[in-house]
Design a protein around this ligand. Structure first.
Ligand code: PMP
Length: 287
C-alpha cells in the first residue's frame, strides 16, 4: 500500500522528496495550524466542518488562509486519489512560512502548505468491546487549546505519560474541572445523563464531539453541556473519549481504578452503534 504522495507548496511529490527550509516558522516556533480529516470510502467525513475549524485556527493565530474552501476541497480530493486505500487520514498543515528568525511576524512570508495521507486506522475490536485504560494529569497546556496548533509539546508530554503507564490516554483536569485528553475529547455519564464539557478556549472543538452531541440530540439521550468536575469524573458511571480516528471509545479504568463496573456501559454501546450507523448513512449519501 503506498501512502507516500504528499503535497507541498503547489506540487505533489513522494514523501521522501518533500523538503522544508530550516527557517520555516513551523520548525523554528511551531508557528502553524493543522487538521486531520478522516476519509471513508474515499469521501472526506465532515469536510465543511474541518475547513471551518481550520479557518478558526488560522484566525486565532493571525495567518491568512492561503486557499479557498473550493481549493482545499480539490486538493484534499487529489491527495486522496493519489494515495492507496479507500479509508485514509488526511493531514494538512499551514505555517506562517519561511523568514529570518524573529518572534514578531514577518512582513512578507508566504504560508507553507503541506498535505499528506495515511491509511486510516480505527480502533481494534478489543478496544471497542473492553474499553481502554487511562491515567489523569493536570492540564498544563496554554490557554488557547481551541486553536489546532502544531505547537503540540504539551499534548506530546501528556500522551507520553499514558504510554509510559501502559495506557491509552491521559485525561486532563484544570482547576478541578475536566477539560479533554491529550488527543481526544472526553464525555462522562452519570445516572443516565451524558455530560459534555463546554467548547471554550480550554478544549479543542472536536468534530467527533459535535457528531456525538448531534446524535445525542436526535436520539433523545439525556445530556447536559456544562463544566464537569474532577470529582464527578472520578465518580462517573461511564467515561468516553472521542476523536476522528478513535471515534467513540469507552474508558474503563482511570488511574488504576475501574470506571463504573469496569466494562463499557449501556449508553456507550448505544452511542457506538449509532455513530457507526451515522457514518454509514453520511457516506452512502456522499457516494
Ligand atoms: N482534543 C485534542 C487535544 C485533539 O488533538 C483532538 C484530535 N486528535 C481532539 C480533541 C478530537 O478532535 P476531532 O474529533 O476533531 O478529531
Amino acid at each position: 500500500m503506498t501512502s507516500d504522495i504528499v503535497y507541498l507548496n503547489g506540487e505533489f511529490m513522494p514523501l521522501n522528496e518533500a523538503r522544508v527550509p530550516v527557517l520555516d516558522r513551523g520548525f523554528i516556533f511551531g508557528d502553524g495550524v493543522y487538521e486531520v480529516i478522516p476519509v471513508y470510502s474515499r469521501h472526506p467525513f465532515r469536510l465543511a466542518e474541518h475547513l471551518r475549524r481550520l479557518q478558526n485556527s488560522l484566525d486565532g493565530v493571525r495567518i491568512a488562509n492561503p486557499l479557498s474552501d473550493a481549493e482545499w476541497t480539490r486538493l484534499i480530493g487529489e491527495i486522496v486519489a493519489r494515495n492507496d486505500g479507500d479509508d485514509q487520514s488526511v493531514y494538512l498543515q499551514v505555517t506562517r512560512g519561511v523568514a529570518k528568525r524573529d518572534h514578531a511576524f514577518p512582513k512578507d512570508a508566504k504560508q507553507t502548505v503541506f498535505l499528506m495521507s495515511n491509511p486510516l486506522t480505527t480502533p481494534p475490536a478489543a478496544q471497542i468491546n473492553d474499553g481502554v485504560a487511562t491515567i489523569s494529569a493536570s492540564d498544563f497546556r496554554w490557554l488557547r487549546c481551541d486553536v489546532k496548533s502544531v505547537s503540540l509539546l504539551g499534548n506530546c508530554l501528556l500522551k507520553q505519560m499514558a504510554v509510559d503507564a501502559g495506557v491509552a490516554e491521559t485525561l486532563l483536569f484544570r482547576d478541578g474541572k475536566l477539560t479533554e485528553a491529550s488527543s481526544c475529547n472526553v464525555f462522562v455519564v452519570k445516572n443516565g445523563v451524558l455530560l459534555a464539557p463546554p467548547k471554550n478556549n480550554l478544549v479543542l472543538p472536536g468534530i467527533t464531539y459535535d457528531v456525538v452531541l448531534e446524535i445525542a440530540r436526535a436520539r433523545e439521550f439525556e445530556f447536559e453541556v456544562r463544566e464537569v468536575s474532577e470529582a464527578e469524573t472520578r465518580d462517573a458511571d461511564e467515561i468516553w473519549i472521542t476523536s476522528s480516528t478513535k471515534e467513540v471509545l469507552a474508558v474503563t479504568r482511570l488511574d488504576g481504578r475501574p470506571v463504573g463496573n469496569g466494562k463499557p456501559g449501556p449508553l456507550f454501546q448505544r452511542m457506538h452503534a449509532l455513530y457507526q450507523e451515522f457514518k454509514q448513512t453520511v457516506m452512502r449519501r456522499a457516494a
